[in-house]
Design a binder for this molecule. Structure first.
Ligand SMILES: Cc1cc2nc3c(=O)[nH]c(=O)nc-3n(C[C@H](O)[C@H](O)[C@H](O)COP(=O)(O)O)c2cc1C
Length: 196
């Protein structure tokens, strides 16, 4: 075991305050929001000191990014961008549209400067109806988060439409296990980052 791995396993998980913000990048529907809610709950189960907040993009009027300073945009745009910047851990959830992320989420990410996610862990949730599109997380969203200097966990969670009940509850136990694993990895990674 090298030194880095020893340090990783010896991190003290108690005490410190940490904020995790989920961002649901859907303007209609609920699946990404439901999964994100579960991710935030799992993070709190893992460490009760964690503060959580869920941003549902459908609740805000985010302006199209025009490459201008943030002060030129609406209050909604300003508030959402700054709430995201206040997070220690971010987890982005998006429905898969046309083999990619939602346009709404891409537009939101266009508002951030390079380095915006430096020293932040940035997790990924995707929901979709085509099994093969689990790859969208790695090939479409991960490069954007990495470009913004986010630390992307080794796991992400894709949830197929069949894993939801008619009332949009997650009914697949494997999905629940993956959600808990992602939450735990994000918290452990962030504690490692702040310990350096
Ligand atoms: C315009 C549009 C494009 C879509 N494209 C894809 C796709 O390429 N791959 C996929 O897996 N699902 C695709 N879907 C299905 C959605 O990703 C899936 O139904 C999503 O989880 C919807 O969540 P909701 O019911 O909360 O809206 C698409 C849906 C829409 C409306």
């Amino acid at each position: 075991m090298n030194n880095d791995i020893i340090k990783y396993t010896e991190i003290n998980l108690g005490g410190s305050e940490m904020k995790i913000v989920g961002v649901a990048g859907e303007l209609t529907g609920w699946k990404a929001t439901v999964v994100l809610h579960n991710v935030l709950e799992a993070a709190k189960d893992f460490d009760s000191n964690i503060e959580t907040e869920l941003i549902e993009m459908k609740e805000y009027n985010i302006e199209f990014a025009r490459g201008e300073p943030l002060s030129y945009y609406s209050d909604d745009t300003w508030n959402v961008v700054n709430t995201i910047l206040s997070a220690d851990i971010l987890v982005f959830g998006t429905p898969i549209y046309q083999a990619s992320i939602s346009g709404a989420l891409k537009n939101l990410l266009d508002h951030f400067p390079v380095d915006a996610f430096k020293r932040k862990v940035t997790g990924i949730i995707t929901t979709g109806a085509v099994e093969k599109h689990f790859l969208v997380a790695d090939y479409q969203l991960k490069p954007i988060l990495s470009y913004l200097k986010g630390l992307v966990p080794s796991t992400n969670v894709f949830v197929h439409s069949d894993c939801f009940s008619d009332v949009n509850e997650i009914i697949d136990d494997n999905v629940k296990i993956r959600i808990r694993a992602l939450s735990e990895e994000m918290v452990r990674l962030q504690k490692y980052v702040v310990s350096k």
